[in-house]
Design a protein around this ligand. Structure first.
Ligand code: SAM
Ligand code: DTB
Ligand code: SF4
Length: 345
């Protein structure tokens, strides 16, 4: 098979056509593209930690951390550096190759910067890749984070430019694009994706993918989140998404951004093993590993390892080399292979 040229000039119509393909054709194409660039049996493992929780001034309708909604979330100020480092060490021991630190901010304050820079330097010194998601950044803040050794900056576009105003009113799509530009100019890798299942239409999913794929350089990491419906947020009662539509978005992201890591991100807690397997077949090759995302639940490590074993998937090098290295961090009883398969929730 010839290697397709990577494009940055996709139209929404072209992307909608891809999204609407017969599923078998779409999955075959996505898997074929995936195999040209990556080991299809390797999945990158990231660990997420909330370093500042809740009380966010923004009004993102999906988010349990917005101060506008009553979600019963316990808020927390910026976590002490030592505590972050303890969590990072545990993440590394559990096989994570990347440590992602997330803060419920519109943007970081200047007085927080020294602590953030210290976190980056020290996690980096442990030999892990570092990622932060802190909201909008100034040029100076982005440069300082890059100099401290921040590898990735996560900043999601979340949906299409047309649908954005239905979801968030406290910032604009251009604000988002501007921070992505500032991050890129500072020399960091970009992690940017979106959320599926917020009531958007097919053309909005295509619009999101178009924005990501037509960036001058594709985001190295593309998280695709399935909406986690949190009680108290305006999206709590959102209609269920057809999981096949979610798989389609993963497959098209893989086709449009062939060398990026496409992360099967939030929402795995509500997915069957079979749906996750389908997402990996569609080209997803990264996950958040660990029983908590920022504030909501993620599958237990044990369940993920069981699934990886059943699918013959290995964690990408940089973290644990293979599944065996992940086992010793489990309590002895669950590491036992008989019990290991008895993944009672
Ligand atoms: N405050 C920063 C920002 O908005 O960029 C960083 C943290 S924010 C929680 C990071 C991302 O989490 C959001 O852009 C969104 O894509 C995702 N997210 C938040 N709540 C979610 C939910 N209920 N379901 C799925 N994804 C969610
Ligand atoms: C991303 O795209 N998803 C992660 C990470 N980047 C920061 C966050 C998911 C949050 C899900 C809701 C919560 O746990 O608060
Ligand atoms: Fe704040 Fe980020 Fe949540 Fe929006 S998504 S409310 S900016 S933490």
């Amino acid at each position: 098979m010839t290697m397709a040229v990577t494009r940055h000039d996709w139209t929404v119509d072209e992307i909608q056509t891809l999204l609407a393909k017969p599923l078998n054709d779409l999955l075959f194409e996505a898997q074929s593209v995936h195999r040209q660039h990556s080991d299809p049996n390797q999945v990158q493992i990231s660990r997420l930690l909330s370093i500042k929780t809740g009380a966010c001034p923004e009004d993102c309708k999906y988010c349990p951390q917005s101060a506008r909604y009553h979600t019963g979330l316990a808020t927390e100020q910026l976590v002490e550096v030592e505590k972050v480092l303890t969590e990072a060490r545990a993440a590394q021991a559990a096989g994570a190759s990347r440590f992602c630190m997330g803060a419920a901010w519109r943007n970081p304050r200047e007085r927080d910067m020294p602590y953030l820079l210290q976190m980056v330097k020290e996690v980096k010194a442990m030999g892990m890749e570092t990622c932060m998601t802190l909201g909008m950044l100034s040029v100076e803040q982005a440069q300082a984070l890059a100099e401290a050794g921040l590898d990735y900056y996560n900043h999601n576009l979340d949906t299409s430019p047309e649908f954005y105003g239905e979801i968030i009113s406290t910032r604009s799509y251009d604000d988002r694009l501007n921070t992505l530009d500032v991050v890129r100019q500072a020399g960091m890798k970009v992690c940017s994706g979106g959320i599926i299942g917020m009531g958007e239409q097919g053309k909005d999913r295509a619009g999101l993918l178009q924005q990501l794929a037509n960036l001058a350089v594709h985001p190295e990491s593309v998280p695709i989140n399935m909406l986690v419906k949190v009680a108290g947020t305006p999206m709590a009662e959102q209609a269920d998404l057809d999981p096949i539509e979610f798989v389609r978005v993963i497959a098209v992201a893989r086709i449009l951004m062939p060398t990026s890591h496409v992360r099967l991100s939030a929402g795995r807690e509500n997915m069957t093993d079979e749906l996750q397997a389908m997402c990996f077949f569609a080209g997803a090759n990264s996950i958040f590993y660990g029983c908590k995302l920022l504030t909501t639940a993620n599958p237990r490590e044990n369940d993920d390892m069981t699934l990886f074993e059943r699918l013959g998937i290995r964690p990408e090098a940089g973290g644990a080399k293979h599944i065996e290295q992940l086992k010793p961090v489990l309590p002895a009883a669950t590491a036992d292979s008989d019990l290991f398969y008895d993944a009672a929730r």
